[in-house]
Write a protein that binds this ligand. Structure first.
Ligand SMILES: Cc1cc2nc3c(=O)[nH]c(=O)nc-3n(C[C@H](O)[C@H](O)[C@H](O)COP(=O)(O)O)c2cc1C
Length: 385
């Protein structure tokens, strides 16, 4: 094996180990996901029983018992093997879809393959997602899918992270064309995914046009990879960059408005509580991805029990939210009133999404922008161009 190749492989594995350490050491990013500006209206007379509530959803044509997705994290190291095993067992217990971390390490080095395939071994009939980076060619994408017998493929778009990584990529030309080839020919639904800086409506539209079956907004407000990469260099993220990106709630509305009629939208980035999940689904997302908190739990010596306690509480609270809004299903929740207030409302209006909000009845009292838009044609309900 060429010396240079061995070095790159070693560097990648060390980076994966450092990402785990960094995410365990760092708090979530300072820019919250903005779900505090989304309000669901309680129904005092719910008219459903606890047992009536149905938490299931559909995503890329698959039926899922839960709307929670374990989002892409790790693989490639011995710590990752234990973490992936625990995550996969938790996914199986709760019927969650689960994505593995970027599979490039497994394609380069057969020795680390079991750190990924453990997920399929533990969750043989689950919905499992493979993950590759932007610019990945069709053959490598096919291998990543085959390795896990994956049901879907995530392609992550992490330009900001690459630019904060000393050894990161600096060449992005041609990645969208490569994505289009993968999306059309890899044989499973392909999801274009941000990793914490947020997809805009414009980006969501580019990916949908390129053949994505879904977009994962990967919004700002949770794990911040700019802080993670700074931590790896022994530095603290420059505060000026702490607010870079699109908060998750804003990114969800942007994506749903731009492409929600054609492709499924995943809410992720700072989803921590059942209320975040429910609000994201009320805004039109089909599933909500969680990463950092699950990694922190899974990495503890009693990680399996901790994951179980967290997910039990999360699913109990999801039932509570549906019942307390008078909804039995996520579809019914989307028909219940939602208020969008504060900076989120300002963001959406400034992005030309006031008409979308008004059309969906997301304000009790129309604000000035809504009054203007309601006077105009309803066909104005489009996402940003
Ligand atoms: C340790 C760690 C490793 C990650 N590695 C990947 C990866 O390989 N591919 C990817 O698409 N996203 C990766 N992510 C990003 C997550 O999938 C997710 O988009 C991001 O962490 C925001 O979600 P969160 O706030 O719930 O953590 C990683 C996240 C963590 C915490």
């Amino acid at each position: 094996m060429a010396e240079g190749y061995r070095f790159v492989r070693h560097l990648r594995q060390r980076r994966k180990a450092e990402h785990i350490d960094a995410v365990r050491a760092l708090p979530d990013g300072r820019f919250g996901p903005w779900f505090e500006y989304v309000h669901l209206i309680p129904a005092s007379a719910p008219e459903y029983d606890w047992a009536d509530v149905d938490l299931s959803t559909t995503f890329c044509g698959r039926h899922l018992a839960s709307p929670v997705l374990i989002n892409a994290m790790t693989g490639g190291t011995s710590a990752a093997l234990a973490i992936n095993r625990r995550l996969a067992r938790a996914a199986r217990r709760y019927g969650l879809a689960m994505a593995v971390g970027s599979s490039t390490a497994a394609l380069e080095d057969p020795d680390v393959t079991p750190t990924y395939t453990v997920v399929r071994d533990e969750y043989p009939d689950g919905v499992v997602l493979a993950n590759v980076g932007m610019g990945t060619r069709l053959e490598a994408a096919r291998q990543a899918v085959a390795l896990l017998r994956a049901d879907m493929l995530q392609v992550h778009w992490n330009a900001a992270q690459e630019l904060f990584m000393v050894e990161g990529d600096r060449r992005f030309r041609g990645a969208l064309a490569a994505f289009a080839t993968v999306a059309r020919h890899v044989g499973v639904p392909v999801i274009a995914k941000e990793v914490g800086q947020g997809l805009s409506g414009e980006a969501a539209r580019q990916f949908a046009q390129a053949g994505a079956a879904a977009v994962d907004v990967g919004g700002a407000g949770g794990t911040n990879f700019l802080a993670v990469e700074s931590w790896r260099q022994g530095e603290v993220l420059d505060p000026a960059w702490a607010h870079w990106g699109i908060p998750t709630a804003a990114a969800v509305v942007e994506a749903v408005a731009a492409v929600g009629a054609q492709v499924d939208v995943v809410a992720s980035g700072g989803i921590r509580h059942a209320l975040d999940v429910a609000k994201a689904l009320a805004l039109g997302a089909k599933v909500a991805g969680i990463a950092g908190p699950l990694l922190r739990l899974a990495a503890e010596p009693d990680g399996e029990a901790r994951l179980d306690a967290y997910l039990a509480g999360l699913h109990r609270d999801l039932r509570r939210v549906l019942l307390l809004t008078g909804a039995r299903t996520w579809t019914e929740l989307r028909e219940r009133p939602v208020l969008v207030l504060g900076p989120l409302r300002e963001w959406l209006e400034a992005r030309g999404l006031g008409p979308v909000i008004a059309l969906r009845g997301w304000f009790a009292e129309p604000g000035p922008a809504d009054r203007r838009s309601r006077a105009g044609p309803r066909t104005a309900a489009r996402g940003p161009d």
